[in-house]
Design a protein around this ligand. Structure first.
Ligand SMILES: [Fe+2]
Length: 402
């Protein structure tokens, strides 16, 4: 098989694998202050002892207090573990696992961003199967036979969708970031509480929202044979961000708009589970990793050039999205509607006032970046495969600005 066709065939594999993997279908509770319902939810589910996971920042701000009070009011025993930070090491995960076993937790409540929830997934799996070493859950696919401890996830950002995704990014014992898919993850409930994000700084709000939007958009461009329901959720993810991020730029404390971005991020998480990400993420991971750029910021640089480069293979998906978002009419030509969709993305990023050019990108790094982009892209099932020269041209475009 020629090399190019071989690469194309490999990219069909992830889309096939996700069809077979079980994904959590949590109940969702939404609304300002709704984390106060966690105790009642635990009581209704019959949980008796909870490990409440959070990070130092949220703990020092006291954002866990309403959760703790709610557990107490409903007679649920709980232990707080707040040592999680942005890059959780195996030592921290081991300590979390021990804390869960010491308190005989029958539920993990994770309150925080992606790293808290991702740590929670590993702890929920490893604490249930205490005869297996933690390293068992740090392989690319971590099979938790018989499931994990049930989780109740309360995201404190509206971006990653990690509250429902089966993937987790943590550090392995060599201190290297690794991503793992927890097969059998049990997320019983997700609480989308806008009180946790209503004071988020502008930059964080924008990066998280753009990341969420990219999950829905890349899901729609993936060649995975999505269901109608998943297509609808991914389109809604994009529409909700297009509609509500501009509102938040003007009125950051708008609770309805904050709540809508949480819903969008959750739909984006569904897209990652059922449709996977794509080349925007492959570029952003490579650039972000090499130059230590926050994920959402790297996504914002890559989004328009990388989506535009796929346009001619994805007219149908982009034009249908434009119609769904009210940016095009049913009768418009697919090419016009797809053009409009890309223009709308560009306008949104311009409104956010982000730097357009990624000046950090250096030509001498292109070789390494191309290798990393190619390696990362095999985790997805994009509609087409870029050649090395196309990747090089796209890096030039990202450097020059969208
Ligand atoms: Fe992302």
């Amino acid at each position: 098989m020629p090399f190019y066709l071989g690469r194309k065939a490999i990219r069909k594999v992830p889309g096939t694998v996700i069809k077979a993997a079980p994904i959590p279908k949590p109940e969702i509770t939404e609304g300002f202050g709704t984390r106060e319902r966690v105790g009642q939810l635990c009581a209704e589910a019959g949980f008796e002892s909870v490990l409440l996971l959070t990070d130092e920042t949220l703990f020092s701000l006291g954002l866990h207090e309403k959760v703790a009070a709610s557990l107490e009011a409903n007679g649920i025993r709980y232990t707080i573990f707040h040592a999680i930070h942005s890059e959780p090491t195996t030592d921290i995960l081991e300590a979390g696992r021990e804390a869960a076993m010491d308190c005989e937790a029958d539920c993990i409540v994770a309150l925080g961003g992606g790293s808290v929830m991702d740590s929670g997934k590993i702890i929920a799996a490893s604490a249930k199967h205490d005869l297996l070493p933690l390293s068992h859950y740090l392989h690319k696919f971590a099979i938790a036979e018989g499931g994990t401890l049930p989780m109740i996830n309360i995201p404190s950002t509206a971006g990653t969708g990690a509250e429902c995704t089966v993937g987790a990014v943590v550090m392995n014992s060599r201190g290297v970031k690794c991503s793992t898919v927890v097969i059998g993850l049990d997320v019983a409930h997700v609480i989308l509480d806008s009180e946790l994000i209503v004071n988020a700084p502008r930059e964080v709000t924008v990066w998280c929202a753009v990341d969420a939007l990219s999950h829905g958009l890349e899901g729609l461009l993936a060649d995975v044979g999505s269901s109608e329901e998943d297509i609808f959720r991914s389109r809604e993810c994009v529409r909700l961000i297009l509609e509500n991020l501009p509102v938040l730029l003007e009125d950051p404390h708008n609770v309805e708009a904050r709540q809508a971005t949480l819903r969008a991020a959750n739909y984006g998480g569904n897209a990652i589970n059922t449709q996977l990400a794509g080349y925007v993420h492959a570029f952003a991971h490579a650039i972000g990793g090499l130059y230590h750029i926050p994920h959402g910021k790297a996504i914002a640089w890559c989004l328009v050039p990388v989506v535009a480069a796929q346009e001619s293979w994805c007219y149908e998906e982009l034009s249908a999205l434009a119609v769904h978002c009210g940016e095009a009419e049913e009768g418009d030509s697919p090419e016009e509607a797809a053009d409009r969709m890309i223009a709308v993305l560009r306008e949104l990023l311009e409104k956010c006032g982000l730097e357009k050019r990624c000046e950090l990108l250096k030509k001498e790094d292109y070789g390494r970046l191309i290798g990393r982009i190619d390696a990362d892209s095999v985790n997805y099932s994009p509609s087409r495969t870029f050649s090395d020269s196309e990747v090089r041209m796209l890096l030039d475009q990202i450097r020059r600005g969208y």
